[in-house]
Design a protein around this ligand. Structure first.
Ligand SMILES: Cc1cc2nc3c(=O)[nH]c(=O)nc-3n(C[C@H](O)[C@H](O)[C@H](O)COP(=O)(O)OP(=O)(O)OC[C@H]3O[C@@H](n4cnc5c(N)ncnc54)[C@H](O)[C@@H]3O)c2cc1C
Length: 474
């Protein structure tokens, strides 16, 4: 059984005064970011710390508590901690002792251990300064917004960008007939990205992936009220359990010391859907997928409050041949560039890595006296292969859970989620500084800096399988 070892990010009272870094000396670089999601805000925060000016356009009128559980792994947690929001974010995190695995019929498979609060490895822990945050998207998002504003990011709400403009000496966006100009424009506009289409000239129609997720979150009191499933939501601690079955898996977890909970059922889905974040879901439809399953799973589903269930369709997206415009002053990042399967658990973390890489690539280019369009191409070169490998992990994890031969005893090692060290140990900022020069001379950058890639190059860059699938990620 493989243990999941990392610093869990438990709140440490000594950190209430943790250092909150100030904006860096002005770099003279002006950035426009479209989309105040996780990737856009991460880029905005790191950019301000680098001294860049940032204006951020967000289409939403106001942020509502939408979404449920989200994970930031050590490869992005290391930046969150440096930004001075570790303590606050830790308060909304879950600290389960691992993941309990069951067959769909309720037979226990294994307990994939995870360190609990207080079981920290101290200085011996390689992830001491790179915590894992298992939290809610709303809590994370609120803190990132607060931090970005403190650092001087201008966030313009209720502002939908519909037009991108790029000339040799600037990039810009048009909003309500007004042109806003900057050195670079970054499309962090999520899985339904318009930037992708408008900037790259690529219309990649979403296709059904064959999978969908029913997901919801609500007060864990409702679970505790039913004796069949009450053991899944003890007060004052957090827990995670998963049931795997043919082409489906069900996860239930609690956060905030057992006060809140969420459940998700990933299942086969034949609907030919338009892409959307959320469709209202019906509990009776979800129950249809677990007819022969453990009564505990059904009991959990039946505690769902009216109207709280979301039917989240996972769609495939064709791989993008490139993330940067021909002129090199506009790019996409996060889900706009590379949507992730939730089973990769890397969607948010990779968006954060993108954001910090761009902030530093711009600084380095400026310091070296290079044109700024070079920086975005370096960003793409540094990130493309890594992202591709991380996406593949989502497919591998899903297949490991969904394609089990139930006629034989289950090998616990064979079904468990893989948490790849090469993903977690990576420091995207360090990587950018160490590899900027070699990325600069990489053939891909040479080609992309001046023109769009020829067909052969685009083929070479394409992701081999339909793994660039799905909306959003954990
Ligand atoms: C409301 C919401 C709830 C979510 N809940 C979960 C969850 O529970 N669990 C999970 O794992 N992932 C969730 N996600 C997805 C997750 O945040 C992303 O997969 C991941 O963090 C990558 O972030 P991103 O910044 O690339 O995209 P996102 O976080 O999706 O952010 C994109 C942002 O761009 C804005 N935008 C889009 N188009 C425009 C435009 N034309 N002009 C201006 N602004 C624009 C959107 O309003 C949004 O705020 C959610 C996303 C959203 C938007």
């Amino acid at each position: 059984m493989s243990a999941i070892s990392q610093s869990r990010g438990a709140p440490d009272p000594s950190l209430t005064d943790e250092p909150r870094p100030l904006p860096g000396a002005p770099s003279g670089i002006m950035i426009i970011i479209v989309g105040a999601g996780i990737g856009g805000l991460a880029c905005a925060i790191e950019s301000r710390l680098e001294g860049h000016e940032v204006i951020l356009f967000e289409q939403t009128k106001e942020f509502k508590p939408l979404g449920d559980n989200i994970g930031l792994f050590p490869n992005s947690g290391r930046f969150i901690k440096r930004w001075g929001i570790h303590y606050e974010l830790s308060k909304s995190c879950a600290y389960p002792d691992g993941l309990r695995w069951y067959r769909y019929d309720g037979q226990f498979i294994t307990h994939q251990r995870q360190q609990k609060k207080g079981e920290d490895m101290g200085d011996a822990n390689p992830f001491k300064d790179a915590p894992l945050y298992d939290t809610t998207r709303y809590d994370l998002h609120q803190l990132l917004i607060k931090r970005a504003k403190e650092l001087g990011v201008q966030i313009l709400m209720n502002t939908r960008v519909a037009k991108y403009v790029e000339e040799a000496d600037f990039a810009g966006v048009e909003v309500d007939g007004k042109l806003y100009k900057a050195d670079v424009v970054l499309g962090a506009d999520g899985v339904k990205s318009k930037a992708r289409e408008l900037v790259l000239g690529v219309y990649d129609a979403p296709r059904p992936s064959g999978y969908a997720i029913f997901r919801t979150s609500y007060s864990a009191d409702r679970i505790r009220a039913n004796p069949i499933c009450a053991h899944l939501a003890a007060l004052d601690e957090d827990a995670r359990s998963i049931w795997i079955g043919p082409d489906a898996h069900f996860i239930i977890g609690t956060t905030k010391s057992g006060k809140e909970m969420h459940w998700l059922l990933t299942h086969l889905d034949k609907a030919d859907v338009e892409e959307s974040w959320m469709y209202p879901g019906k509990v009776e439809d979800a129950l249809e997928y677990v007819k022969d399953w453990d009564p505990v799973v059904k009991a959990v589903m039946e505690t769902t409050p009216e109207g709280a269930l979301v039917d989240w369709k996972l769609v495939f997206r064709d791989p993008l041949p490139r993330w940067v415009s021909e002129g090199g002053r506009t790019c996409v990042l996060g889900d706009a560039a590379h949507p992730f399967l939730p089973t990769s658990q890397q969607g948010a973390s990779q968006a954060v890595e993108d954001g910090v890489t761009i902030a530093h690539a711009l600084s380095i280019a400026k310091k070296k006296g290079l044109p700024l369009n070079v920086a975005l191409n370096v960003y793409q070169t540094l990130r493309y292969e890594r992202v591709k490998r991380a996406q593949q992990l989502g497919v591998d994890n899903r297949n490991r859970m969904h394609k089990v031969d139930y006629s034989k005893p289950i090998d616990p090692e064979a079904v468990q989620l893989q948490f790849a060290l090469w993903l977690w140990q990576h420091d995207a900022i360090q990587h950018c500084h160490d590899n900027f020069d070699s990325a600069l001379v990489a053939p891909m950058v040479d080609q992309l800096a001046s023109t769009s890639p020829p067909v052969a190059q685009a083929d070479k860059l394409a992701i081999e399988q339909p793994v660039v699938a799905a909306v959003a990620a954990a």
